[in-house]
Design a protein around this ligand. Structure first.
Ligand SMILES: *Cc1c(COP(=O)(O)O)cnc(C)c1O
Length: 366
């Protein structure tokens, strides 16, 4: 790590703390699926998986390749692939990943593959759309799903699930409760015609916080593991998992009237000390944070970003900060800073975390 200065530190104990925090909100028998898609929300999916593998029942990734990466790293836990394509079926099976079958195209293609292979009782998951209108079967598809399942003993329905559209939003409580009730009704119809009872699950992180009664057999924890609840109070109970830091590469003294950065967008109105930091928009630091919209922390003091964010660098105002070349710089080490950045970028912490480029070296603090 010594030769990398801009690094993202993943706090293993914080991840475990967050997992335990959610565990104590759940019934002891409720299973936990840890969502590690998008490189574990921008961290390192393999490392996150290793940190929690003994303490969760399932992992989920969005795409097949993400699941393969976990398998190649030796992860043995069941892995649900949320968004597989027909083109991925052979690899899904090769790596014993468990596909979400969300419409008839992939469902029938998978059943055909399973019949020809042949596979026996291969674990699959069936997703229903209950209002997000993104991926999933409609309730009207149930009879046809059941007919096809009856014909096949090549697959075993490991779970039936759905996803909430607005679990974090108190104004959408009525809609969300409706989604949960519709899901329960779908499950009832499925159960009524199956000779076994697949697991059922619908809650994501903010679902666990706001609708714990709907925890059913399993919950899917994503952002919560990485330190964010759906309000300040919940987030305060969680620990920050992602710390992004760098160092100062160069200090410049800017005379009044001189400018800093591309397009000369910062103009010094007094003698200004600036510091240049090796991180830029190619690393996930949005240009929206330029021109004093964002700040870094140097020696416990805020240093505003001055001028435009460059591809590989930013400049900050350190006029009143004791620092020199090599001094450590914190881009963020607390959820509030990530939330502030997200606010300034007109986005949400999910996008800040997942937008951190692969160029930044990750390492795990244990
Ligand atoms: C990403 C995702 C989750 C995790 O959501 P969080 O809000 O991060 O907890 C759960 N379920 C599905 C289907 C997802 O796509």
């Amino acid at each position: 790590m010594k030769n990398h200065v801009t690094v993202l530190e993943i706090d293993a104990n914080a991840v475990l703390h967050n997992l335990n925090y959610f565990k104590q909100k759940l019934q002891p028998e409720t299973k936990i699926l840890a969502v590690v898609k998008a490189f574990g929300y921008g961290s390192n999916a393999v490392e996150i998986a290793k940190i929690v593998e003994d303490k969760v029942d399932y992992f989920a990734v969005a795409y097949c390749d993400e699941g393969i990466e976990l398998r190649e790293a030796g992860i043995k836990t069941p892995i649900l692939v949320l968004h597989p394509q027909v083109q991925n079926i052979a690899e899904i099976v090769k790596y014993r990943l468990e596909p979400n079958l969300y419409n008839f195209t992939i469902f029938e293609a998978f059943l055909k593959y399973a019949d020809e292979a042949p596979l026996i009782n291969y674990p699959i998951h069936i997703k229903f759309n209950t209002g997000l209108n993104r991926l999933g079967f409609w309730h009207t598809d149930i009879p046809n799903i059941l007919i096809q399942l009856k014909k096949s003993n090549n697959v075993f329905v490991q779970s039936i699930f759905s996803h909430l559209a607005a679990s974090e939003d108190p104004n959408e409580q009525e809609f969300t409760v409706n989604q949960i009730n519709n899901f329960a009704y779908i499950v009832k119809q499925m159960y009524g015609h199956m000779d076994y009872k697949p697991m059922i699950h619908i809650l994501n992180t903010s679902g666990v916080i706001n609708y714990p009664k709907a925890q059913f057999d399993m919950v899917r924890l994503g952002i919560g593991l990485y330190g964010f609840g759906n309000d300040e109070k919940e987030t305060a109970n969680l620990k920050n998992t992602h710390t992004l830091k760098s160092i100062i590469s160069q200090i410049n003294i800017i005379q009044p009237g001189e400018t800093v950065g591309y397009n000369r967008s910062f103009v010094a109105n007094k003698l200004t000390k600036s510091a240049t930091i090796p991180i830029g928009h190619a690393d996930g630091i949005s240009r929206k944070l330029g021109n004093k919209n964002g700040f870094l922390i140097i020696n416990n003091q805020p240093a505003p970003i001055i001028g435009n964010v460059c591809m590989d660098m930013i400049m900050v105002d350190v006029t009143n900060i004791d620092c020199k070349v090599g001094t450590e710089v914190i881009v963020f080490n607390h959820q509030q800073q990530i939330e502030y950045m997200a606010h300034k970028c007109e986005t949400i912490p999910y996008e800040i975390l997942t937008g951190l480029s692969r160029r930044i070296k990750r390492f795990v603090k244990r």
